[in-house]
Ligand binder design. Structure first.
Ligand SMILES: [Zn+2]
Ligand SMILES: [Zn+2]
Length: 898
């Protein structure tokens, strides 16, 4: 890699070829490290949240993958055997939905083609498109070990799912039950509680009158879903409710349906809700279902799977959609004078997380995991410190969810996924249910025919196993021994319960150890209005488009620098420049600095440390040299600590400051005359610049891998196959830390800054030299000024730098933080007459503004009528104008304008 760098930085020209080279070299495998040379400490293992196999790259992946890659590259350079394990998720509902939509284009449903053909078509689709998302991740620079890529429907992962199901069944932790579950009438499947996302909506509460059967009275019940009254089988009141004592045991006539139902007493009824009497619909509400069980009430299921009214309801309702049925029920009750009251009501409605349809509570036979026994150790692991959340507050969410955990409905009425490994025998006198690791051809009880359960398992029932199933479990593989448990899990907060918490449970249950010790939950990518980016809102930013235009490094830099621990990242889809230019500008700056340093090298570089004959001696270093070495060392400490503490934005900011300001703007500018031979010490300057730049490249590599590798490999003497990603992480150097140097060079910077400030303030032409007189009232003048005299004169364009007291009166003046005064005579640097006149007219303008404002604020009409904040604002304006006027008056005095 000795060819010179292109004059311009073009990310598209370097990124893709470099990624191909990394992959070819196998750098992302944990086995890539030279044995013995690195490999310190325990392996560092990160499980990538497997994207859905049908997914297309969005900014959420961009953020999630970037954070992981930064951590992985950091630990890899620290010499740990590092495994970042990627995979894809078969994503039951999501993938099935995509293929069903494709069928629908031909006017077909999955039932038209049949189960086997449908599954075959999904596989075809997955094989055609499956790798897309993974290739897209590569464009981000993702250093995952692709040689271990898994798919959750791979044979070994499917075997793990069966093993898990069978073991839990044998332990009594998996069971089949007849319960009310969340049902999606569009996807036609059961959902877990987590998959039915609760959303607050404005709804209505209807108060309905149910007439008593034996006299003219009635009882009023309140409901938010009046259509379910078609399936009511009782009215319930609290047993201690004084108002209803005389009604308990009596009968009401269910209106619309005209069916007699009893009034019962049950402790579960909340006397404060509505009238205190509630309708009981055991087939359509979980609480009612429990009441029905306790009282032996019939369950009448009045809805089809599609949420239409079933044959169990009166004929005129059959086939109606649930919302049409609601309107009709209300209309009939109203006509009969039985609608007592209608009130607005806010409550939470569950929606399918895949298609956003309102879920319907539905009574059905499903498979469940008993969660309480799994949650207990998961809670204990957190409480005894085996798990750490970053940010810490997420630990409360985790605790709360586990404490209130309910059983997990794991069966799905889908065709795409792991089919439930349960076989039923229908033979009379046998009827055995068999749960098996291997497919059954005959009933183990009677040898008769069996049929397998039609349903598949929740997608998350396979992904909660990946920390060990992806390593070969249940087989005891070498990988499993080496890489379980892992270390850090990096995830979006949205899947804390779906995935993160469940992996902890399964890890403890099957491996006896938590799958990772650190859980880093990053924020969400949002638009300028703080809305989550989504396809439906059309407010997303395509990461691939950004990479094409700005480069992956710029994208990564923007994401990392835009987030603090656990906070959201805000990017504006309407202002890509504002969101990503900072990263590209930084890369440009780096490129130019790199080109300058590398092109200055024309022979061997002297080492800064070590037992070499030509090592740079301490007494050869100038103040600037010692300062940049100390700054570099401080940056090593700061950024390393920030990476360790997941404060990636701080790590990036620390290296940015060093590279942009300290190295490029100050040090490189400082050493130019030495490098050009105008001043001595060129060799030393080049040694210092090369060394500190190289260290900074390594510190930045985790965030901006492409440009840092490209520049790093151009350093002279690199073996052709060396990669920065396996180079050792920089260590702090105790000899480099130098507080006095930092303070002394800081004064030099301050002095240069002050003179530049005076030049700008008085409009001195950029090329025009000025004189400067530096003096201090008390104590000795810092020797730093003498030592860096040439630097001060060149960088502040000073033709004559003197120390002492000024005898001149006309000029600009500033005081540094240590009390040093600097005076810049301006008589010969600017056109005094013009500057005086300019100041005069500016003072006159401010004078006018001040007067007008004073009159305005003296007007009692304005002050009493205008809102307080408006008056306050006007007062601040006045104060600011007065102050500006004073500053200019003083300036005129300094210039001796008279
Ligand atoms: Zn759905
Ligand atoms: Zn049998």
């Amino acid at each position: 890699m000795s060819e010179p760098l292109a004059p311009q930085y073009h990310p598209s020209a370097i990124e893709a070829p470099l990624y191909a080279w990394w992959e070819e070299r196998g750098l992302f495998s944990p086995d890539a490290m030279a044995p013995g040379s690195l490999d310190r400490g325990s392996p560092y293992v990160v499980m990538m949240p497997p994207p859905n196999v049908t997914a297309e790259l969005h900014m959420g992946h961009g953020l999630n993958i970037t954070v992981q890659d930064v951590l992985v590259r950091f630990e890899r350079m620290r010499g740990r055997k590092t495994l970042w394990l990627p995979g894809t998720d078969h994503a039951g509902i999501a993938t099935q939905n995509v293929v069903e939509r494709r069928l629908a284009r031909d006017g077909l449903t999955r039932f038209d083609v049949g189960r086997d053909e449908f599954v075959r078509r999904v596989w075809t689709y997955v094989r055609e498109t499956g790798a897309t998302i993974l290739d897209q991740l590569k464009a981000l620079g993702c250093s995952a070990d692709w040689s271990r890529t898994y798919f959750t429907l791979d044979d070994n992962l499917s075997a793990a799912v069966r093993e898990c199901f069978v073991r839990l069944y044998q332990q009594g932790l998996v069971y089949r039950g007849h319960y009310i579950i969340n049902w999606c009438p569009r996807c036609l499947t059961a959902l877990s509680n987590e998959e039915a996302e609760k959303q607050e909506v404005d709804a209505t509460i209807w108060h309905l009158r149910y007439p008593l059967a034996d006299d003219g009275g009635h009882v009023t019940v309140a409901t938010t879903r009046p259509e379910t009254m078609l399936g009511d089988t009782a009215v319930a009141v609290h047993p201690a409710d004084e108002r209803y004592q005389r009604l308990i045991g009596r009968t009401v006539r269910l209106p619309v349906v005209d069916r007699p139902i009893p009034v019962i007493a049950d402790e579960a009824v909340d006397p404060a809700f509505g009238s205190g009497a509630v309708k009981v619909t055991p087939a359509h509400d979980p609480a009612d279902f429990e009441i029905g069980r306790r009282h032996g009430l019939p369950s009448i299921d009045v809805m089809t799977p599609e949420a239409r009214i079933s044959l169990a309801a009166p004929a005129r309702f059959q086939g109606l959609d649930r919302y049409d049925a609601r309107a009709r029920v209300i209309a009939e009750l109203d006509a009969a004078g039985l609608l007592e009251k209608v009130e607005p009501h806010r409550h939470a409605v569950g929606r399918c997380y895949r298609c956003d349809t309102a879920v319907e509570p539905r009574l059905s036979d499903q498979w469940f995991v008993r969660m309480e026994p799994l949650a207990r150790p998961a809670l204990a692991a957190y409480r005894n410190g085996a798990l750490r959340f970053i940010p810490e507050r997420r630990g409360d969410d985790y605790t709360q969810w586990l404490e209130g955990i309910r059983d997990w409905c794991i069966s799905r009425q889908l065709w795409w996924g792991h089919r439930i490994p349960v076989w039923y025998c229908d033979a009379a006198g046998c009827g055995r249910t068999s749960v098996s690791r291997t497919d059954l051809g005959a009933c183990p009880g009677c040898g008769g025919a069996v049929r397998q359960d039609d349903d598949v398992l929740d997608t998350w029932f396979s992904s909660w196993l990946v920390p060990f199933s992806s390593l070969g479990w249940p087989a005891r593989t070498e990988d499993l021994r080496t890489y379980y448990p892992g270390h850090t899990l990096v995830s979006a907060p949205e899947i804390l319960f779906f995935w993160v918490a469940r992996m902890i449970m399964s890890g403890l249950q099957f491996m006896g150890e938590v799958p990772y010790t650190h859980i880093y939950l990053h924020g969400t990518v949002r638009d300028a209005q703080h809305r989550k980016m989504s396809k439906s809102l059309g407010n997303g930013i395509d990461p691939l488009g950004v990479i094409e235009r700005y480069g992956a490094d710029a994208l990564r830099y923007s994401l990392v620098s835009g987030m603090s621990v656990g906070t959201d990242v805000v990017l504006d889809p309407d202002d890509l420049e504002g969101s990503f230019a900072a990263g590209r500008n930084f890369a440009n700056k780096l490129w130019n600095a790199g080109r300058f340093i590398l092109s200055s090298i024309d022979g061997p570089i002297r080492p800064l440390a070590g037992p070499h004959a030509n090592v740079v001696r301490r007494d050869e270093l100038t103040l600037a040299d010692r300062w940049i070495i100390a700054r570099c060392d401080a940056t090593v400490r700061e950024s390393t600590e920030a990476y360790e503490r997941f404060r990636l934005n701080e790590a990036a900011a620390s290296v940015y400051r060093f590279l942009w300001s300290d190295l490029a703007d100050w040090y490189i500018e400082q050493i130019k005359p030495r490098l050009y031979g105008d001043l001595p010490g060129g060799e030393v300057a080049l040694a210092v610049a090369t060394r500190t730049f190289e260290v900074a490249l390594r510190l930045l590599h985790p965030v901006m891998p492409f440009i840092t590798e490209t520049l790093w490999r151009r350093f002279p003497g690199r073996p052709p196959d060396a990669s920065i990603s396996l180079s050792p992480w920089p260590r702090p150097d105790p000899r480099a830390a130098d507080q006095t140097t930092a303070g002394r060079f800081g004064l030099v910077q301050e002095l240069i800054g002050s003179i530049r400030g005076i030049r700008a303030e008085y409009g001195v032409q950029p090329g025009h030299p000025v004189r400067a007189i530096v003096s201090q009232d008390r104590g000795r003048l810092s020797t730093a000024f003498a030592e860096e005299r040439a630097t001060i004169m060149r960088l502040a364009k000073v033709s004559d730098l003197t120390f002492g007291r000024s005898t001149e009166r006309v000029g600009g003046h500033a005081v540094l933080s240590d009390g040093t005064a600097v005076f810049v005579p301006l008589g010969d640097a600017i056109d005094l007459g013009r500057e005086c006149a300019r100041l005069r007219s500016e003072i006159d303008r401010l004078e006018g503004l001040v007067q007008g404002q004073e009159e305005k604020l003296a007007n009692p009409q304005f002050v009493s009528r205008a809102p307080v904040e408006v008056v306050d604002r006007e007062r601040s304006k006045l104060a600011a104008w007065r102050e500006q006027r004073e500053v200019l008056v003083r300036k005129r005095e300094l210039l001796g304008c008279g």
